[in-house]
Design a binder for this molecule. Structure first.
Ligand code: DIG
Ligand code: MN
Ligand code: MN
Length: 389
């Protein structure tokens, strides 16, 4: 592969241990790859050029590990981080694999499960901070239902809020420099998952005790599964000052959560997302929450990881090309032209402004007759993506 798109630390590319460590198990098949130890994953990611590595508590420390085993595992993991220079920007809790969470964690009907989920999360937060995490993700994979006869959804939201408020207070009490990022998903593994989209999560954050501590970790595949425009979701999170993290991957609409290599399905969507992140100066991790095809061996997993970063860098270059393209920029200037004639009516409400606007004559026919040249702009975008500009 040409070396023009070589990932560097400044690109802030990260992968979870569970991504390159995915053993290829699925609901219809057993593992096809050998497990990858956290230390081996750190060295693999360093070797392919990643900046950081993320983990669920039990990706690193098995759920039944003894304190001595925990200490050894963390020591060896941190030694690998020191040896490679990789960092841990984000950590999270596995509140979905163990049967105890079969009816959810924070929203489970069993109060013992809800309390255990809080306990497990506090320990996992401690572990994440110990390894350097500054963002903590909450993906409520089991926070949902198959039958809404089983729990009042409003009660579930209240339970989730109580848990997040408790954990925000715990982080503040511990003095941790940690922000929370909620990761929405509409369904799978539950029939329906609460707080299903970025929009729902933003509404929820506003009801918390410490909303400033809590933001979003939008995932490309998840908003796509919900039939939504990923860029619109990410842009709304950004505009609200809540884009704390992002899970990059790809997804065919109408399918199960595929977590495909970034940019491997919808190139235009991936391009416009990368362009947005780069244009607005998003300074967070470019986290690839994805995994290699089940068909792949260890070499294929490396190709997968390299491909995620390579595609991001190619699209980042195309975004710079778009921003420098004279024809595209001339067209955008035309499309967004403002001769200032409407300035008297723009801005905050005043009675005088309202009166003047109500009295202003508009040529509605002319407004509707104007051609906007979007077809030409979109074709220039496609030309650029196809490498003919
Ligand atoms: C799945 O999309 C979720 C889990 O892998 C993890 O909790 C989160 C972190 O990126 N994404
Ligand atoms: Mn996913
Ligand atoms: Mn994710």
């Amino acid at each position: 592969m040409a070396d023009a798109y070589v990932p560097r630390a400044e690109h802030r590319f990260t992968f979870g241990l569970w991504t390159v460590g995915n053993v290829g198990r699925d609901p219809f098949g057993e593992p096809v790859r050998a497990p990858l130890s956290p230390v081996a994953a750190v060295h693999l990611l360093a070797d392919v050029g990643a900046w950081g590595v993320n983990f669920h508590d039990n990706d690193l420390v098995p759920i039944d590990a003894s304190p001595a085993e925990r200490e050894r595992i963390v020591r060896e993991f941190r030694a690998a981080l020191a040896a490679t220079g990789l960092v841990v920007p984000m950590a999270t809790t596995n509140l979905f694999s163990d049967p105890a969470f079969k009816d959810g964690a924070f929203t489970a009907n069993d109060p013992r499960v809800r309390a255990y989920a809080l306990q497990k999360t506090m320990h996992a937060i401690d572990l994440g901070v110990e390894c350097g995490a500054t963002t903590y993700v909450f993906w409520g994979g089991r926070e949902g239902s198959e039958s809404d006869a089983t729990k009042n959804p409003a009660e579930a939201i209240k339970r989730f809020r109580e848990a997040i408020n408790f954990l925000c207070a715990y982080v503040r009490d511990q003095g941790y420099a940690l922000r929370f990022a909620l990761e929405p998903k509409p369904n799978e593994p539950r029939g329906d998952i609460f707080l299903a989209t970025v929009g729902a999560a933003l509404g929820f954050i506003a009801t918390l005790d410490h909303p400033g501590m809590v933001g979003l970790n939008p995932e490309v595949a998840h908003e796509t599964m919900a039939g939504l425009n990923v860029l619109h979701a990410v842009a709304q999170a950004w505009e609200a000052g809540k884009l704390f993290h992002i899970d990059l991957n790809d997804q065919v609409p109408g399918r199960y959560d595929q977590d495909l290599r970034f940019g491997s399905v919808n190139i235009k969507q991936a391009f416009l997302l990368v362009k947005f992140l780069e244009d607005v100066g998003y300074a967070g991790s470019r986290h690839f929450d994805a995994h290699a095809f089940r068909t792949e061996d260890a070499a294929g997993v490396r190709e997968f990881a390299r491909g995620c970063m390579r595609t991001y860098l190619i699209l980042k270059e195309r975004a710079a090309q778009f921003n420098a393209d004279a024809d595209i920029q001339a067209l955008l200037a035309e499309i967004h032209a403002d001769d200032g004639a409407m300035a008297p009516f723009q801005g905050a409400y005043t009675a005088a402004r309202a009166a003047a606007l109500k009295a202003h004559p508009f040529d509605r026919a002319a407004l509707g007759a104007r051609g906007l040249a979007y077809e030409r702009l979109d074709q220039l975008t496609i030309d650029l993506l196809l490498g003919v500009r």
